[in-house]
Design a protein around this ligand. Structure first.
Ligand code: MIG
Length: 838
């Protein structure tokens, strides 16, 4: 195994940071906790339309529901527990098309069988086991019966832990990729300066994947109450899940492929909608750029430095007294004028919004200046959260005393969404939803908010049941508002907190990270785990929000981030500036190179994001996702893949000018030189400050274009396809394009161009399939580069010979280069094209 970084995760077994743990003292894991009472034995079985309901001797029920041949839901209602309305804020698709199944009973067990899974429920004690229907092998099984503590309402599930089982997922955790031996809490928390081992942090995604002997499965415990997961942390024989309240309600996803499970999990909880293309561009933020002249100066500097830039963020100082949906009239006297000028320079503006609305009561007849219309309207609509005694929950955030919206109410969500109209009218392109854990300076644990009641579809549930879904519902309100107000634009929202399903509405960033090497290295397992939890559009503050970055850290951060979905530089208010030019031209030059690489690769990145929006398979991947049969990848989190084709092994330590890279079975190609590199081994590679070790997987065809200063500055012309044949001499790839901003792609206004390559006796053939979709990008050239090309004397297009060109000559034709690659240039005629190499 690669050496990795020895010190980074030394703290992983440390007790969870106390922020939220103090809320409720959990008994030590291991044996069942004293108050937990196991569910009764199965007494009766009744089939229903979608599965079976088991009634237990103690009056408990267990519903088994077949959603798909590979997705089965288990919902236990314990004795004495009232069944809650069957609703989840996480679930995007509650109704699934019928899938065949049948029920079998023996004296000992009840078995529900689909084409993929056998769910075997032992009657006494009641133990659930999921088997592969083809092999009848147990993939996941209860270690002890499901249990509930009738006093506290805590529920528990305990699963057997395999000797060689690895665990992934759980969303945003400051922890290694493989969750084995770890313990984690789900309780959205504002944790500035978190380090490896800080837990919980901002988001809660109670979904994990298990992988053993090549077979993966997934478990999604859809219960938003505070919960804990232990993967053989104290009890090495069990994976234990406990929630402070709510139902034991989970979904089992059968594999065996990790990608299949991600597809199903995101079918259930929703997928990332295709973002606007500009959101994949370079983004610059600061707490805070003001006044308006400062914002313009930053953009001017970007252009003067010829550094690409698409997005500028305005942090809380753009507001008037930190009041949401206002502009500070001194700092930003003419928002629309400013945004128009920035747009003319190719830059979009994203403004921050906090959920804490300034508490500003004013008598109806008080002068207009005393009124804050957002507060007045929220109060009049009764949209703000209240305590059990009916009083407003008044917390403390930036504006001082602040109130919070009950986003579980449809009318409140609509109101909140509509509040964005003036921002959009001024030309704001996206919304940055911060502080939505929700953060309250009065008390970050949730203790002083415990008596806050949420409407929750009329169920009037407590704060404890709603904290983890607060951000999900806030960004839902925002997303739906933006989509309603600007139906011709794809919304862009960036969120800090979230729950399962948040990917339907927002990109996320990993909050207030540190400008340290440890924090940089932590990016890899964090992004990888988010991707394995349904969240594709992820990123972190470059080069770290808190603390002083060195020039070397800034440069290595961009080398890492140039292939991360969200690419954003940001800094805390009291931090040193660290924009790309901050340390002088020697460093700026390297950063410019990687930002330009990013823009050259936008066709590939956008194509991969579009695929993610349909399949749930993320852009940023741990190697295990592409190579789940290779044990060397199980714990590998100091390198990553961007999609299927690119493997990046950024330098994650100071003073280091080389590193080991693990390459799975190859061949691979060095991206810079195009030379082949054998796989299935550890490789030492030099990596001076300006070098990112970057490899292309054999078998890939990588689309790219020219660098530019911002998305849309010029069309993608030429479109390049770099062909990297595999061991059989074959390769495949595709390019996805559309207008980049509107939802018209959903009605067919896109173009997908598939390209395949195959070695043949005496040469090779490259095929551009007839494009799919009705988006027309306009006239342009294709340029193909065949790496490891066969010796060729003639190239023909659709049977007609192409001229051989002198290197550097224009026009259509082909030419070999000194590095052994072959180039072909021709017009994109929007038809199928076949190139033959002889
Ligand atoms: O730290 O709005 O994570 O990105 O700059 C205080 C000010 C509140 C936290 C966010 C950070 C943002 C900052 N906010």
């Amino acid at each position: 195994m690669p050496a990795g970084f020895p010190s980074l995760f030394a703290g992983r077994l440390a007790p969870a940071v106390a922020l939220a743990s103090s809320l409720l003292v959990l008994p030590a894991a291991g044996a069942p906790a004293p108050g937990l009472q196991p569910i009764g034995a199965v007494a009766a079985v009744a089939a229903d339309a979608r599965g079976a309901t088991l009634t237990c001797a103690d009056g408990a029920t267990v519903q088994l529901t077949v959603l798909a041949p590979d997705v089965v839901r288990v919902r236990a209602i314990f004795a004495g527990q009232a069944a809650a309305p069957d609703h989840s804020w996480a679930v995007d698709r509650p109704d699934w098309p019928p899938a065949p199944w049948h029920l079998g009973e023996t004296a000992d067990a009840v078995t529900l069988t689909t084409t993929d899974v056998e769910v075997v429920v032992r009657r006494s004690p009641l133990l659930v086991e999921f088997r592969d229907a083809a092999t009848h092998r147990a993939v996941n099984a209860d270690e002890r019966p499901m249990a509930r503590d009738p006093q506290t309402g805590q529920v528990e599930a305990a699963k057997r832990l395999g000797l060689d089982e690895h665990f992934y997922g759980l969303g945003e955790k400051a922890a290694p990729l493989d969750r084995r031996r770890g313990a984690f809490t789900m309780w959205n928390s504002d944790t500035p300066g978190y380090v490896a081992g800080t837990d919980p942090i901002y988001q809660s995604v109670p979904f994990y994947l298990g992988l053993e002997n090549g077979t993966a499965y997934g478990l999604f415990y859809d219960n938003a109450w505070r919960s804990t997961f232990e993967f053989g942390h104290l009890d090495q024989e069990a994976v234990t899940y406990r929630a402070d309240g709510g139902e034991l309600n989970y979904y089992y996803f059968a594999g065996p492929a990790l990608k299949q499970i991600l597809g199903r999990y995101t079918e259930l909880t929703g997928r990332m909608p295709l973002p606007p293309l500009w959101a994949l561009g370079n983004q610059q933020s600061r707490y805070s750029y003001y006044p308006d002249t400062m914002a313009e100066a930053i953009v001017r500097r970007y252009r003067a430095e010829q550094l690409p830039l698409d997005v500028l963020y305005l942090d809380i100082h753009y507001m008037d007294g930190y009041r949401d949906f206002t502009w500070n009239p001194q700092r930003f006297p003419d928002p629309k004028g400013l945004l128009d000028r920035l747009r003319a320079a190719g830059v979009k503006v994203v403004t921050i919004i906090d959920p804490g609305v300034k508490y500003q009561p004013a008598a109806p007849d008080a002068p207009a200046a005393a009124h804050y219309p957002v507060f007045d309207a929220g109060l009049a609509g009764n949209y703000f959260l209240r305590r059990r005694d009916g009083s407003l929950w008044i917390g403390r955030v930036w504006p001082g005393e602040a109130v919070y919206t009950d986003y579980t109410r449809a009318d409140a969500r609509r109101w909140w969404g509509d509040l964005h109209r003036p921002l959009l009218d001024a030309g704001v392109a996206g919304i940055w939803d911060d502080m939505n854990e929700p953060s309250d300076f009065t008390d970050q644990t949730g203790r002083s908010q415990a008596d806050v009641v949420f409407d929750d579809l009329g169920a009037r549930t407590p704060y404890a049941a709603n904290r983890n879904t607060f951000a999900l519902n806030e960004v839902r309100a925002t997303y739906e508002g933006l989509a309603r107000l600007q139906p011709d634009r794809r919304p862009f929202i960036l969120t800090r907190a979230g729950y399962a399903g948040v990917q339907r509405y927002a990109a996320m960033w990993t909050g207030d990270n540190n400008a340290t090497w440890d924090a940089l290295a932590l990016n890899l397992p964090m992004f990888a785990s988010l991707g394995l939890s349904g969240e594709t559009f992820v990123g972190a503050d470059i080069p770290g929000f808190i603390g002083r970055a060195t020039p070397e850290l800034l440069v290595r951060s961009y080398e890492l981030a140039c292939l991360v979905p969200l690419l954003r530089n940001h800094a805390a208010i009291d931090n040193y500036d660290h924009e790309p030019w901050r340390f002088g031209p020697a460093y700026t030059d390297i950063i410019r190179h990687y930002l330009r690489l990013r823009y050259r690769l936008l066709p590939y990145l956008y194509t991969t994001m579009e695929a993610a929006s349909r399949t749930g398979v993320p852009l940023f991947r741990p190697l295990v996702l592409n190579f789940q049969d290779d044990p060397n990848t199980f714990n590998l989190d100091d390198e990553f893949m961007a999609g299927d084709a690119l493997l990046s092994a950024p330098v994650l330590r100071p003073g280091v000018r080389g590193r080991e890279v693990y390459l799975p079975a190859g061949p691979w190609y060095d991206y810079g030189s195009g030379q082949t590199v054998p796989g299935g081994r550890l490789l030492w590679t030099e990596a001076d400050l300006d070098r990112l070790p970057l490899y292309v997987r054999g078998g890939s065809i990588l689309p790219s274009t020219e660098a530019m200063d911002f998305v849309g500055q010029s069309p993608w012309d030429p479109v390049r396809f770099d062909v990297y044949p595999d061991a059989q001499g074959a390769a495949a790839g595709s390019l996805y394009e559309d207008d980049g901003v509107s939802p018209a792609y959903r009605d067919g206004a896109f173009r997908r161009t598939a390209v395949t390559y195959a070695a043949e006796p005496g040469g090779a053939r490259l095929t551009v399939a007839a494009p799919e979709g009705r988006y027309a990008p306009g006239p342009r050239r294709f340029e193909f580069t065949l790496h490891a090309a066969p010796a060729v004397a003639a190239v023909s297009l659709d049977g007609h010979p192409l001229p051989r060109l002198a290197a550097g000559a224009g026009g259509d034709g082909w030419w070999p280069d000194a590095a052994g690659a072959l180039h072909v240039r021709l017009a994109d005629d929007a038809q199928a094209q076949v190139l033959t190499f002889r």
